[in-house]
Design a binder for this molecule. Structure first.
Ligand code: SF4
Length: 247
């Protein structure tokens, strides 16, 4: 008779942080930045929609440079339409994909006027109908302009969530769902900003600054970067000599 194995099954480690550990992580990030805000400049919900739509594959600094002049002359959908496509293009030429983005800015302004009475809609389903506005942009707008506890997953949040083990996922949607589950309610409003800023300034893409990181004791990343000061104090590694010394 075949024997059945009586070996007890090993328990798998939980894939994400528990809420308690996640709360610890957010508490550390909140200590560093008690009032986190987006680094995109805007003056009202409409200009935030435009700024976030322009920020795809561009830096916030680059977008701010372009919108500084643009929002002076056009901070409402009506004024943007009066400025026209060529006028918008002139202002945003320094940003990547500017031709397409200019078309979207005009089209979304028209839609806000035609379908939403000139006001930026306050639901995700309505926001994503606007040309050039995807789920990520909608989440940023809901969070920043309307104070809703949404978490928009960009490249920084995706990286930090996976590296730390806070909310692993293969794509932004998976990470967003993981973050929704793991993030305690009291941290949901700030989570997006804390994670984005941590990824932008500390847990950077190429060489994370682990030696400066306030959450290194919670982070599951295996290849943490050592403190360069410690490494350099040991001096450069000398190649081992293969030749044996004669006694
Ligand atoms: S310890 Fe390193 S990898 Fe982990 S979150 Fe901090 S900077 Fe990122």
């Amino acid at each position: 008779m075949p024997t059945t194995s009586t070996k007890p099954k090993r328990k798998r480690a939980p894939r994400t942080f528990g809420k308690e550990k996640a709360a610890e992580l957010y508490a550390e990030l909140a200590k560093e930045r008690p009032n986190p805000r987006t680094e995109l400049e805007f003056v009202n919900p409409y200009t935030l929609v435009v700024a976030v739509a322009l920020s795809a594959q561009a830096t916030d600094v680059g977008v701010n440079k372009a919108t500084k002049g643009l929002f002076k002359v056009a901070d409402t959908p009506e004024k943007m339409l009066a400025l026209g496509l060529k006028g918008v293009e002139e202002h945003i030429k320094t940003i990547g994909l500017w031709r397409n983005k200019a078309k979207n800015v005009i089209a979304l302004s028209q839609m806000i006027l035609d379908e939403f009475g000139g006001e930026v809609p306050q639901t995700r389903d309505e926001l994503v109908k606007l040309p050039g506005v995807g789920r990520k942009t909608a989440n940023v707008v809901l969070n920043e302009a309307f104070g809703q506890p949404t978490i928009a997953v960009d490249t920084h949040i995706f990286r930090v969530s996976n590296r730390t083990g806070l909310a692993p996922g293969k794509d932004p949607d998976q990470v967003e769902a993981s973050l929704e589950r793991t993030t305690p309610d009291e941290y949901k409003l700030g989570a997006h900003h804390w994670l984005i800023l941590h990824g932008r300034y500390t847990c950077v893409a190429r060489k994370p600054k682990c030696w400066l990181c306030s959450i290194d004791h919670l982070c599951k990343f295996k290849d943490k970067t050592p403190d360069p000061a410690t490494v350099s104090s040991l001096g450069p590694k000398k190649p081992r000599s293969r030749a044996k010394t004669k006694k």
